[in-house]
Design a binder for this molecule. Structure first.
Ligand code: GLU
Length: 438
């Protein structure tokens, strides 16, 4: 069987880390299995979908590195949904409903007051009601008639799942204005695109029961399903509260590496340790539905930030060359001190200046300046030089290194001086040791 999955975002907002995780898990599974990853834009909600959000989806997925093997918009495919609708109608599985939103709301509160489950009562199936409402000239919306029986599947994350569709309302497929809601187009597309695995968040588990009945009513094969627990915030709160700062666009603007995002999203909520990987291919090779746990995955921005730093510390120069014009020796000197790649600007300043030196021990700085060896310098220079300074001043340990660091960089902490010194060079080192800004 060929593996085909899809990521099906609605272009009604920016992709956030939760959406990105859905996209990523689909992509990783497809790559691991040698399958295909399709991008389906769920834009049947014309009032809320925008071209700008659609473009942002393409941009964000490209940034993450999740190339797709095909894409389409639902708005291009409405005739397929009509065909599926008529097929269901011919099979007697859809029926017109005439209740207004206010009437449905009243019904829901009545049910709530009587502690009954909030299930649609199928009043529109009563011939008398239907005749009356039709007579009033009401326009219908259309519902799918659930079988009110048990629907089961073996979920690749949750194991065996069984849902009694008698516990659910018949889902509305078509609105009064003729627009399709999500439920039917999704199934029609999954059939048409030969989707083998539907991989999505567990907020869709109930939908799946209804959708399986629709697959069956349309005489189609039922795909496999994998529903993973949703992402929540550090304290278990819904992520929707602060989606702004958790959009991919915002992470990109904050200078977080796409591979840090991918590594984090691939590993949180799984039995694997959260560690950076240097390629999506590595993440794909390690992907396994069986490793995804049943508890919600906690998205902690500080963890992502730490992972970003860890990733930068791992990366060879070749992985960043296009973004680090300062060269390989620079990269090797500073990478261990980066949290974000953008920090290289500050690191470059430590080398090229201007650095306002802090002279803690003027006598020591003066002697150190006089002892600076002639160039060329390399990583051994620092050791030989500080040894000579120590011999002449008697300073050792922190008493030696701390004033030299403050004089050379103006900072308490920073990259390893043995790597930094040859990059700073003799002229600037000399000037800084003399207290001059250089
Ligand atoms: N557009 C739907 C959503 O974003 C797709 C769900 C699905 O994967 O079927 O929730």
């Amino acid at each position: 069987m060929s593996i085909i999955v899809r990521f099906a975002p609605s272009p009604t907002g920016l992709l956030h880390v939760g959406n990105a995780r859905t996209a990523l898990l689909n992509w990783l599974f497809a790559k691991k299995m040698g399958g295909r990853f399709l991008l389906r834009i769920d834009d049947t909600d014309a009032a809320r979908s925008t071209k700008a959000f659609e473009e942002a989806i393409y941009r964000d997925l490209a940034w993450l590195g999740l190339a797709h093997d095909g894409t389409d918009r639902q708005i291009n495919r409405l005739s397929k949904y009509s065909a599926a609708f008529y097929q269901l109608q011919a099979a007697g599985r859809v029926y017109p409903c005439f209740e207004t939103e206010a009437e449905l709301e009243r019904q829901r509160s009545l049910h709530a007051a009587r502690k009954l489950p909030p299930i649609y009562n199928r009043a529109s199936l009563e011939p008398a009601n239907k005749a009356k409402w039709e007579g009033e000239g009401r326009k219908p919306h259309w519902r799918f008639k659930l079988s009110r029986s048990k629907v089961g599947w073996t979920d690749l994350v949750r194991g065996p799942v069984e849902i009694d569709t008698a516990t659910m309302s018949d889902p509305v497929l078509v609105r009064e204005d003729g627009a399709f809601l999500y439920t039917l187009p999704s199934v029609a597309d999954d059939i048409d695109m030969a989707i083998s695995h539907v991989v999505r968040g567990e907020d869709h588990v109930t939908n799946t029961a209804a959708q399986i009945e629709i697959f069956q009513a349309l005489g189609a094969a039922i795909p496999s399903f994998a529903h993973f627990p949703l992402l929540v915030g550090a304290g278990g709160e819904a992520l929707s509260k602060r989606l702004g700062s958790l959009s991919l666009e915002s992470l990109r603007e904050q200078g977080i590496e796409p591979l840090a995002v991918a590594s984090y999203l691939a590993k949180i909520g799984t039995s694997d340790p959260i560690e950076p990987r240097q390629s999506l291919g590595e993440l794909a090779a390690e992907f396994d539905f069986a490793r995804i746990g049943r508890a919600p995955a906690h998205f902690v921005p500080e963890e992502l930030e730490a992972l970003n730093a860890k990733l930068l510390h791992l990366l060879p120069y070749s992985a960043v060359a296009a973004r680090v014009p300062q060269g390989e020796a620079f990269w090797d000197a500073v990478k261990a001190n980066l949290t974000r790649l953008g920090d290289i600007e500050e690191m470059a300043r430590l080398i090229n200046g201007p650095v306002a030196p802090v002279i803690e021990d003027a006598g020591l700085a003066q002697k150190a300046a006089a002892l600076l060896p002639p160039e060329p310098w390399d990583e051994a220079t620092w050791g030989a030089w500080t040894k000579a300074v120590s011999a002449q001043t008697g300073a050792r340990g922190r008493g030696l290194f701390h004033p030299l660091r403050l004089a050379l960089t103006g900072l308490e902490h920073g990259p390893e001086l043995k790597k930094l010194l040859p990059l700073i060079g003799r002229d600037r080192s000399m000037a800084r040791l003399k207290g001059e800004t250089a």
